[in-house]
Design a protein around this ligand. Structure first.
Ligand code: PAF
Length: 276
């Protein structure tokens, strides 16, 4: 990108689906901090807001997705964004929104966990992120570790198709009680919001356990008995997303489950003495 005088301007990019919260603000602030470290090199911090229909495998989830454009612009600017772009549907899908987009097969990165439980989800994510990268042409793009598998998929997309682009991971931001911040949290009623904290608590128990696989089974049972509709609670390598072999220092625990129809995901690294 160039400014009005033709000088090169670097672009730091935070793609979002809107309904921005503190987790997004952390991504934007992270980008801003990197700008400070650039010693005066001109950088634009660009946030995009586009609720991408093709990554929702459940249309009720899409229909209920919170849309808050004015608040999004306010939060993005307050956190340090220079501009907020809201692409029109035909900029992303010039021939209209298709029922399905091209299939993406990155092996276990797209085939396990979110990929297995949300058919087509990563096809839609890769499609929209590729298109956004083509339109915005970023030098660095920031993604939250809460969606760890998405981060792995997008890192692979960048290696294959955007070799000059750096993908910068940003740590998960949590509520005071430990619940990972998510745009979907506002849809939890008071009873489910109180229960939701147990997802991160159970992950932490597994992550601190010396017998992680046994603890993971017990954690799954406890969450189900509390009322979670669990999809998975898995231990996997953070790079390959495969369950085995165990590689010390690289394993993470991942979970997805719903409360009152609101889907929650979370993950964390092992912090205990795990020796399976
Ligand atoms: O993480 C999200 O908000 C979305 O999956 C993304 C990366 C903006 C693509 O729509």
């Amino acid at each position: 990108m160039e400014d009005r005088e033709g000088q090169a301007v670097r672009v730091f990019f935070i793609p979002t689906m809107g309904a921005l919260h503190e987790g997004h603000a952390a991504l934007i602030r992270h980008a801003r901090d990197r700008v400070m470290a650039m010693n005066g090199t001109p950088v634009q911090v660009v946030v995009s807001v586009f609720v991408n229909p093709t990554q929702f495998n459940d249309m009720r989830d899409f229909d209920g997705y919170p849309i808050t454009p004015d608040a999004d612009v306010e939060l993005a600017r307050a956190a340090g964004a220079d501009s907020v772009v809201m692409p029109a549907v035909d900029e992303i899908y010039p021939s209209g929104v298709p029922a399905t987009v091209d299939r993406v097969d990155y092996g276990s990165l797209t085939g396990t966990m979110e990929g297995a439980h949300r058919p087509g989800h990563f096809d839609g994510v890769v499609h929209v992120v590729r298109r956004l990268f083509q339109l915005v042409r970023p030098d660095v793009a920031f993604f939250g570790e809460k969606d760890w598998q998405q981060l792995a998929v997008i890192s692979r997309l960048a290696v294959e198709e955007f070799p000059d682009l750096e993908i910068a991971p940003v740590a998960t931001v949590r509520e005071a009680d430990g619940l990972a911040m998510s745009s979907r949290n506002v849809r939890l009623d008071a009873e489910h919001r109180a229960l939701a904290v147990h997802l991160s608590r159970e992950l932490e128990r597994v992550a601190r356990s010396g017998q992680p696989h046994e603890e993971a089974k017990r954690a799954m049972e406890r969450l189900v008995s509390m009322g979670f509709e669990m999809e998975y609670l898995n231990i996997a390598d953070g790079f390959t997303l495969e369950a085995a072999p165990w590689k010390a220092g690289e394993m993470r625990v991942f979970a997805a489950g719903s409360l009152g129809g609101v889907r929650l995901i979370d993950n964390m690294p092992f912090i205990g003495p795990a020796v399976p």
